[in-house]
Design a protein around this ligand. Structure first.
Ligand code: HEM
Length: 456
């Protein structure tokens, strides 16, 4: 059956992006210059066919059609595709990779309370305390690798929100080492042909050992949390809402394996996205003195002589605009896939059954129709009044529809906290005058960005 979405006349084949090579398809462009390549596709049509290794993928470059894929026609475009299948190896049936259907709906329902505003707000002061402790004693004038630093801070804030402060030492020490290695290994798995990825090469053995260690650590963390819940009347971490959640119809909770999958999903889904956004925000602030001045002015007006508190967060409008503009400019997701369940016609183009369909927040957020001068960093695009002119579906940093980011309000809380706590104490300056290079891996992150903190 051919599902028809927005068809005008007979369906036609999607244009193929230029530069396709025999056997390699567009892999060379995606490896060498992924962002300009993806951003350039808009020129060829609203749906453009690229070749990811042996398989075709259909990139949707138009906001309305992306909305059809994500929001109005989710039955035709389900979570799947080459990247999701590779990620399933270590996310298992975690929320971000579990197939569409009852299990996803049930688990999303069980996890929702953990991320509602009231619960997240209840952990804000614990996150503020951790970020203040970790940043207070930065040695002044010593350059810091900002992307790693922001990933570590984000991980710390995430762990304190979910599990409280007294985690086993090994967990705090090993997570920051394991997570980036595992993400790199997973990308390698996705890019390599299947037979090569299965060979017992040293890199492959190391990847498997890291995966096994991550599961052990996650298991220790869950045990630790359950023990605390038994021993103390009040264990206030967000994770408690997940271990005690019961399905309204069946009365069942999540199994141990499912809890493990969810913790791994949340760790990997939350750290790199938020850490990358913060690294880019600090970089843009350092390059734009007027933006820095306005940020400091706002934060000083709220908490010049005391530590930030949870109640201050909703008042930090400019800080939020600045972060929103950072996510617009840098994605941070740049390639997200779906799989067609049937042949479809999208915007007049034919897409076969079982094909990969790609949407890219990075590409949509650089469309000059929606965002004039898309490469200009301008937080005031999001000012009341001006933001009304931005078409629906053009800002998609958190996705949309039934698979929209469940951690969005958690992410906003964490982003505002970390940026405000840093900016209340430090001015960060870049070590090099050269523009930072965006690298597209799991997210679009800055390559070798070093910055120096100076006391304000
Ligand atoms: C700046 C920060 C973040 C960004 C930009 C972001 C982005 C995204 C995007 C684009 C999706 C949808 C993917 C798709 O359409 O297939 C997603 C899903 C998801 N995100 Fe986030 N995310 C962020 C932070 C977080 C945080 C902090 C958490 C958890 C604490 C989280 C957990 C998840 C989960 C579990 C899903 C899967 C939801 C589902 O399929 O039902 N994310 N995120």
């Amino acid at each position: 059956m051919d599902t028809t979405i927005d068809v005008a006349g007979a369906p036609r084949p999607a244009p193929v992006a230029p530069g396709r090579l025999p056997l390699l398809g567009h892999a060379v462009h995606l490896a060498r210059r992924p962002l300009p390549f993806m951003d350039g596709l808009r020129r060829y049509g609203k749906v453009v066919r690229i070749q990811l290794g042996p398989a075709p993928a259909y990139v949707v470059t138009d906001p309305e059609l992306t909305r059809a894929v994500l929001v109005t026609e989710p039955k035709s475009f389900v979570k799947g595709g080459q990247i999701i299948e590779a990620l399933r190896v270590f996310f298992g049936d975690g929320l971000a990779t579990v197939a569409e259907g009852d299990l996803h709906r049930r688990n999303r329902r069980l996890m929702q309370p953990m991320f509602n505003r009231v619960h997240v707000a209840a952990r804000a002061d614990a996150m503020i305390g951790l970020v203040a402790d970790r940043t207070r004693d930065w040695p002044e004038g010593a350059a810091r690798a900002v992307h790693d630093e922001m990933n570590d801070l984000t991980l710390g804030a995430f762990l304190v929100a979910l599990f409280g402060t007294d985690l086993p030492d090994a967990v705090g020490r090993e997570f920051p080492r394991l997570l980036p290695e595992i993400m790199r290994g997973t990308i390698r798995q996705t890019v390599l042909p299947g037979w090569l990825a299965r060979l017992p090469l040293p890199a492959q053995r190391r990847y498997q050992a890291n995966l096994a260690r991550l599961r052990e650590l996650v298991d220790e963390t869950i045990d630790h949390d359950l023990r605390r819940q038994r021993e103390q009347e009040d264990s206030s971490g967000l994770f408690r809402t997940l271990t005690t959640a019961r399905d309204a119809e069946t009365g069942e909770g999540l199994s141990r394996r499912q809890l493990q999958d969810e913790v791994i999903t949340l760790l990997t889904g939350s750290v790199e996205t938020t850490g990358t956004t913060l690294a880019w925000a600090l970089y843009e602030i350092a390059r734009n003195p007027e933006i820095e001045r306005r940020l400091h002015e706002e934060i000083d007006a709220v908490c010049a002589d005391r530590l930030l508190s949870a109640e201050d967060l909703p008042t930090l409008d400019y800080t939020r605009r600045l972060l929103q503009e950072t996510m617009r400019c840098y994605g941070p997701a740049w390639l997200v896939t779906r799989r067609t369940t049937d042949a479809v016609t999208l915007g007049g183009y034919h897409i076969p059954r079982d094909a990969d369909v790609v949407y890219s927040p990075y590409v949509l957020q650089h469309d000059p129709e929606a965002f004039p001068e898309p490469h200009r960093f301008d937080p005031d695009r999001w000012a009341p009044g001006r933001a009304d002119g931005i078409p629906r579906g053009s800002f998609l940093a958190f996705g949309a529809g039934n698979r929209q980011c469940i951690g969005e309000s958690f992410a906003w809380t964490e982003l505002v906290i970390i940026l405000a706590v840093i900016a209340s104490q430090w001015r960060m300056t870049t070590v090099s005058d050269r523009a930072a290079k965006p690298v597209a891996h799991v997210t679009v992150h800055p390559d070798k960005l070093y910055m120096t903190p100076r006391k304000r």
